[in-house]
Design a protein around this ligand. Structure first.
Ligand SMILES: [Mn+2]
Length: 400
């Protein structure tokens, strides 16, 4: 990760104007209740630029008189606190992970800003408007500020080899968790009991971080897109939609597979399952650089209209939204719904996207989604989750 984050800093500094300093905070763990805190998760832009997973740090990147500057401010050691929570990151560790040479303690950060403003080295302070610590920028006085979040969106949209490898690793572990659920599901068990097979696989393999709360939705529960209660009994002959993801080095996998509780699809389930699966293939075939992001969903809706009217589910284009109302794709990376150049921008080579057509026929207790993760290549895309089985025959054979 060291070369990767060094390169990211270089690219960001190149995008700064003369006498601008960009400031990033690693963040803090949010308080839960009393003296309990939620697990710490680093600010993703800070992490993208340093590779460091530690609260209370500040990064300053600057361009002054044409020279590039990088300073990392870390927490000073606190021997009393360390007896409770362990040692904080040392200067050497911080330097080794990030490749940053100038490291100071964070109690000097204020002096650094004040001094640089007085000397004229800082004329504009750049900050990330989407950071949880964005409000802190006002603490440093009446300096002109500029929002640098859009530049990070540009940078983070295109993934490096290191990032693709991290996502692939997250996908591998996610696949094994899904397979464990397919192997162990029995009608009559609770959705959360099925979920525990996924959780076990992750933790057993050293993964403590989920990309997002797992959705284990059987029957009509699958029609609630972000169903995470996972507390219903799995009925015989029902479909179970599992939308799950491990995170590896904070890079997310996001995979959905839908399979029958008894190991065999009914004819009706198979009919709709195959329509969704074909939609998944059509969109993956269609993706290429230069397309408008929104065109992917249009493509799916055209196909759905043709197929769903053929089988008599819809009679007008408008009817489709009763059965499918989300989007077929989003960016994936350090965040599960990752940031990018523009919300409805153009698809770029090197971007990682999900492909996730779904169909939810609540009155029949059928909810289906088939979600894969792809990286956009020069002429199309490569499916990172290619080997996670998805056809009816592969799933039925596997579950036998
Ligand atoms: Mn998704």
């Amino acid at each position: 990760m060291k070369d990767f984050v060094k390169n990211n800093r270089k690219k960001l500094i190149d995008m700064l104007n003369e006498n601008e300093t960009a400031v990033f905070f690693s963040g803090t763990a949010p308080r839960k209740i009393g003296d309990e805190y939620y697990p710490f998760s680093p600010d993703r832009n800070f992490y993208y630029l340093t590779g460091i997973d530690e609260p209370g740090l500040i990064l300053a990147l600057s361009k002054t008189k044409g020279a590039e500057g990088e300073i990392l401010f870390i927490s000073p050691p606190d021997t009393e606190e360390e007896k409770w929570t362990g040692a904080v990151l040392s200067e050497t560790e911080a330097a080794n992970i990030s490749g940053i040479e100038r490291i100071h303690f964070s109690d000097r950060f204020r002096d650094f800003i004040d001094g640089a403003v007085r000397s004229g080295d800082i004329k504009t302070l750049c900050y990330d408007s989407q950071s949880n610590d964005a409000h802190r920028i006002k603490e440093y006085g009446d300096i002109p500020v500029r929002d640098i979040f859009p530049l990070l969106g540009d940078l983070r949209e295109t993934k490096s080899e290191t990032e693709i490898k991290n996502i692939e690793k997250a996908i591998d572990i996610t696949r094994d968790g899904i397979y464990s659920m397919m192997k162990n599901v029995r009608p009559g068990m609770y959705e959360y009991q099925l979920e525990s097979y996924f959780d076990f696989q992750l933790k057993y393999r050293g993964i403590r971080e989920f990309a997002f709360p797992s959705i284990i939705a059987s029957g009509k529960n699958a029609a609630t897109l972000h169903y995470t209660k996972n507390n219903c009994v799995i009925e015989d002959q029902s479909l179970i939609l599992c939308d799950v993801g491990a995170a590896y080095k904070h890079y997310s996998a996001d995979i959905t597979r839908t399979f029958p509780s008894g190991g065999r699809f009914t004819k009706r389930q198979e009919l709709f399952y195959n329509i969704v699966l074909e939609g998944n293939y059509i969109i993956r075939d269609y993706i290429r650089p230069g397309l408008e992001f929104g065109s992917l969903n249009k493509k799916l809706l055209e196909y759905y209209y043709k197929e769903l009217s053929r089988v008599g589910l819809v009679s007008s284009y408008d009817d489709i939204k009763k059965y499918y109302w989300h989007n077929v794709s989003h960016r994936l990376g350090l965040e599960t719904h990752d940031i990018g150049a523009k919300r409805d921008g153009i698809i770029k080579e090197g971007a990682v996207l999900t492909v996730e057509p779904g169909l939810y026929i609540e009155e029949e207790g059928i909810g289906i989604r088939t979600e894969d993760d792809v990286v956009v290549t020069a002429f199309g895309c490569r499916t990172l989750s290619e080997d996670v089985i998805r056809s009816v025959s592969d799933i039925e054979n596997f579950m036998k």
